[in-house]
Design a protein. Sequence first.
Length: 473
Amino acid sequence: MSVTRRDFLKAGTAAALAASGPRASGQVKPVALHMGAFDQRLDPASPVRTRVWGFNAALPGPVLRYRKGERARIVVANQLPQETTVHWHGVRVPNAMDGVPHVTQHPIAPGARFEYALSFPDSGTFWYHPHQNSFEQVPRGLYGALIVEEEKPIEVDRDELWVLSDMKLAPDGQQVEDFGRILEVATDGRIGNQILLNGTAAGSGRATAVRSGERLRLRLINAACARGFRLAFAGHRPLVIAYDGQGTTPHPAPTAGGLVLGPGMRADLVIDCMQRPGESFAVSDVDRGTNVIARLAYSQERPLRGLPSEAPVALAPNQLPEPDLRSATRHEIVFQGGLRGAPLIGLIDGKPTTIQELMQKHALAWTMNRTAQHEHALMHEPFLRLKRGEHVVLRMVNETGYWHPMHLHGHFFRVVALGDKPTLRRDWRDTAIMAPRGSLDIAFVADNPGVWMFHCHILDHAVGGMMGTIAVE
Ligand code: C2O
Ligand code: CU
């Protein structure tokens, strides 16, 4: 096991020392997050209330907003019938605050509390969600946005947030509780039959009111446990200004195939609403057929301006350590498994194993570097040990027939190559998609000490073996 009681005690001492400093965390007012079950009307046109799990009886949970550099204390109370933890996806936290059960902390037992002391080195669009039984807890409704404002925000008329997800609903409107089925673990993951936008059934006539001439900043978060989105905006030409919270050179969102948002991923867009008053335009997900998920509905008000605003939209960069590709050490991780993959997928207890055996005997479906991670994957040896400050290029080789949004905790990385092609912008990401039978090179400086999760954010894949740790020591 990678975390001992002594480590926790040490972490506790460190926290106590930090608290005695001039900007003591004791001066920060705590925010309370209660995790529990409640009933929620998903479709405003229907009388049905669906039993969901959520933070502070809200779906999604409350939007947590902080300023860059600010400190926070967040007291999580577990009122769920099972253990949990909370992870602050994308926030470069000290390891002890990362919210990973058995790796960075003990699980929070039902009825117990845990206080997270955070600070926010980066501005951007982040989110929070449980990291225990996440393949069940997240799709039941436990997720929320965490927004860290820039020191000098860009000028827009409105800041809009869309948290996208889905749910699998039975005809009576209640959730189907079939989490973690091996056939879904070994394929696309558990895809719901109802897309949700900010907790409301998408396509239920929902419209976002806009005014002609106005400039929107639209923050998108994919909080679904397995569903990817590809968004297409009729009548508009959004500019992407950030991925996963980190600024990028503003560029038009791809029109062919839509803007890709795998589970866990975020994008910030700037949209100039230059159509005429009274008109309405669909925003569609074109990933699985075409589903209208929202409409930009123009009010009758007279246009705010006749030409798009000229205010600059590029975000000031956060202070991320720049990897030096020439001196970087190179590592490789090979992913295998899944029902549509090669039959032989590595070793278990030293013996070659087939995908069928892995599924039947171990309820797993994926291997990393040809080793299956048993149930208690988290207690296994890290598959990579990096020196603190090491510059790293990590090549991920996807030998499976599936897409995988891979997420690294505690760090941001640049995506430097897709297959053998260097990428155009080397965007910073905390989650990057590997195409089926494709490879992806990422580069980063391992500057945050601790044991960090590296896993697929299709949460059924993670529980099925696509989850391991990288130690920075
Ligand atoms: Cu958003 Cu390890 O998770
Ligand atoms: Cu995956």
